[in-house]
Write a protein that binds this ligand. Structure first.
Ligand code: AMP
Length: 625
């Protein structure tokens, strides 16, 4: 183990670029970031997974070779599906996207054994700036399934700026990060101010990259074969695989040469006739073929500048990231648009991993003397559940009131003021959520706490200040203070990204373990997917609609919540059972009967219906008596 790997109490922390096309891992050695190669010496691991006919798991270039020939047994570009709960079928078996990514990360993990041994390793993993909360959670989960302690998820453009050491810039700078990889395009504006980095705006197209250029060249070659032999080589699986491979090599050649020779003596044999391809393509012709995609990237560049309220003249540095920025036309197009030379000194395939290693170094202490402060943006909104007025005297619970909005620069502190909704109310339940939906039921519950001891007053007259502090490690501190008495209550949510159910995580882990051993058992997988569905229902599905500033129960378990709510509602209904109006007392008795029956039967849907009906009537009765 090297001095930097273990020295002076540093825990091993690595930076990982989990890319659509390629992935890599880097760490800080003697103050400098290095990419850790595979045992064969490769610094890039193709993000491809193949399960061969003997159920062996193959990751990387050999898996990539099987992509066209064995489409049912291989998978690429899984990053595009991250966050989705739709399973991917591989060799007849179902996997979640993060499980496929975990296989890739586990392969990278194996490169670290010669340096760090088997000890626990923390990881900083990068994601596109536009990744949603669900996609970030899936990435974090993939890292954990691969055996890493995922220390931080950071944005790729932030990592690129760190790799270029732009923290050392004096004063204020606007940096444009143009990232054109194999399967995705991202463009972001990052600002640096007195060493503080911040993503100002970000844009992208998840379906645009070097792969599109390869397939366009495949079409170009196939058209030539077709006009000469009347045969479409794309119909033949082997010929299609050959053409795809050829296309990528032609593309690479045209990044350094003006002309590429295309030679394939036997693409396929058709009715005993060998079908061959022998031609040439110039860089200019290639650029014409890919121009529509390049134009699209320029439109996104223009959009991202508008979002940041900047003009091309306001940009001080342009960083070229992603393998496809090696195409000379890409660089000249950007230089021309911004009227300045672009930075491509750092290998564009490795810049993100190297930057993640810098972040890892800052975290571990290996680089802490640099004094660099990194900021990022909140990938999702965080706020509280509140009741909102519906009509005269009536309140509707379960509305989401964001306190830290999505894309706010973090670390940050934000405050809002709420009030009680009932006369004489002495307690509130502060429920913390994240997400973008207007109703909390469709967002993620992060936790809740009860603020008691509110001096009894008329509704709306006792203000309560709610403050959220969110730091770069995803730690959210939510506090509420009764302004008149200064009484404060708070919770700390230790990881805003951490909400997976332990059961579904273990199910995924078991599935991958069995795959690493012999290939997974189908029944076990299906159980695991069911468990995951349950988790999704729990977090993303129905949820309950308890109000934020009216007393409410614990949010953690949907069934418990409903039963608790039923108890409160039964107590609220009690005075109406002996109401002088037989119509009201009769209705109250019926509601009590329905609530009790649904609760006793454990029928949550019926219980929710009965509760909705009771709540509506209670609102009405309370308003009129
Ligand atoms: P990335 O996703 O950043 O790893 O980029 C991978 C993409 O970069 C693939 O589509 C590669 O074919 C492409 N690429 C790598 N080297 C070159 C090159 N010299 N010229 C053009 N494209 C390249």
């Amino acid at each position: 183990m090297s001095k930097d790997a273990e020295g002076a109490g540093f825990r091993p922390v690595v930076g990982i670029d989990l890319g659509t096309t390629n992935s890599s891992v880097a760490y800080i050695r003697e103050g400098t970031p290095y990419v850790i190669p595979s045992p064969e010496g490769d610094v890039l691991l193709p993000s491809c997974v193949l399960i061969d006919t003997q159920d062996r798991v193959i990751i990387g270039k050999h898996a990539r070779d099987g992509l066209v020939a064995m489409p049912d047994r291989s998978v690429a570009a899984i990053k595009r599906s991250m966050g989705s709960t739709a399973p991917v079928t591989l060799a007849g078996k179902k996997f979640l996207p993060e499980e496929i990514s975990a296989l890739i990360l586990k392969e990278l993990r194996s490169y670290l054994i010669p340096i760090f041994g088997e000890e626990d390793i923390e990881a900083v993993i990068t994601v596109p700036a536009y990744f949603s909360d669900a996609q970030r959670r899936a990435t974090k989960r993939a890292g954990e399934l691969a055996g890493f302690i995922v220390e931080r998820i950071i944005n790729e453009p932030t990592a690129a700026a760190l790799a270029y050491g732009l923290n050392h810039s004096q004063g204020h700078k606007n940096i444009l990060v143009y990232d054109l990889g194999g399967g995705t395009f991202d463009v972001s504006v990052v600002t640096v101010d007195q060493g503080v980095l911040e993503v100002r705006s970000s844009n992208g197209n998840r379906q645009l990259g070097g792969e599109d250029f390869d397939w366009r060249l495949v079409d170009w070659m196939a058209e030539r074969v077709q006009s000469q032999f009347g045969v479409d080589p794309r119909d033949n699986l082997r010929a299609r695989a050959l053409l795809k491979d050829l296309a990528e090599h032609i593309k690479w050649t045209l990044s350094s040469e003006n002309t590429a020779t295309v030679e394939s003596p036997v693409l396929l044999v058709d009715n005993g006739t060998p079908i061959m391809l022998s031609t040439e393509i110039t860089r200019k012709e290639f650029v014409q073929l890919i121009q529509p995609w390049l134009n699209e990237t320029m439109a996104l560049v223009s959009d991202v500048l508008s979002q940041a309220n900047l003009t091309p003249q306001d940009i001080h540095d342009i960083l070229m990231v992603g393998g496809s920025t090696r195409i000379p036309q890409v660089q000249s197009m950007i230089s021309e648009y911004f009227q300045q030379t672009v930075h491509s000194e750092i290998d564009p395939d490795l810049a993100v991993a190297l930057g993640a290693a810098v972040e890892a170094g800052l975290k571990s202490g290996a680089l802490s003397e640099s004094g660099l402060v990194v900021t990022d943006v909140a990938p999702f909104s965080m706020g509280i559940a509140v009741a909102e007025p519906l009509s005269a005297g009536r309140w509707g619970p379960g509305f989401f009131s964001p306190i830290i909005s999505r894309n706010t620069t973090i670390p940050c502190t934000r405050t809002t003021t709420v009030t009680t909704v009932d006369n004489g109310q002495t307690e509130v339940e502060v429920e913390v959520f994240q997400g973008e939906d207007r109703m909390v039921a469709n967002n993620f519950a992060l936790g809740s706490f009860r603020l008691t001891g509110i001096p009894p007053a008329m509704a709306g007259e006792e203000p309560i200040q709610v403050t959220f502090r969110y730091n770069l490690n995803g730690i959210l501190e939510a506090s509420a203070q009764i302004i008149s008495t200064k009484k404060t209550q708070k919770i700390v949510v230790h990881d805003g990204l951490e909400r997976q159910s332990a059961a579904s995580f273990q199910a995924s882990q078991a599935r991958l373990e069995s795959l690493w051993a012999h290939g997974p058992e189908v029944t076990e997988q299906e159980d695991a997917l069911d468990a995951f569905d349950t988790m999704e229902d729990e977090f993303g599905g129905e949820g309950d609609m308890l109000a934020g500033v009216v007393p409410a129960g614990n949010q953690s378990d949907a069934a418990n919540d409903l039963h608790q709510e039923a108890e409160i509602t039964l107590a609220d209904l009690a005075p109406y059972l002996s109401h002088r109006s037989p119509k009201i007392s009769g209705k109250a008795k019926l509601l009590v009967k329905n609530l009790e029956a649904a609760a006793n039967q454990g029928n949550l849907a019926a219980l929710q219906d009965a509760l909705d009906e009771a709540t509506d009537l209670l609102f009405e009765w309370e308003a009129s008596f």
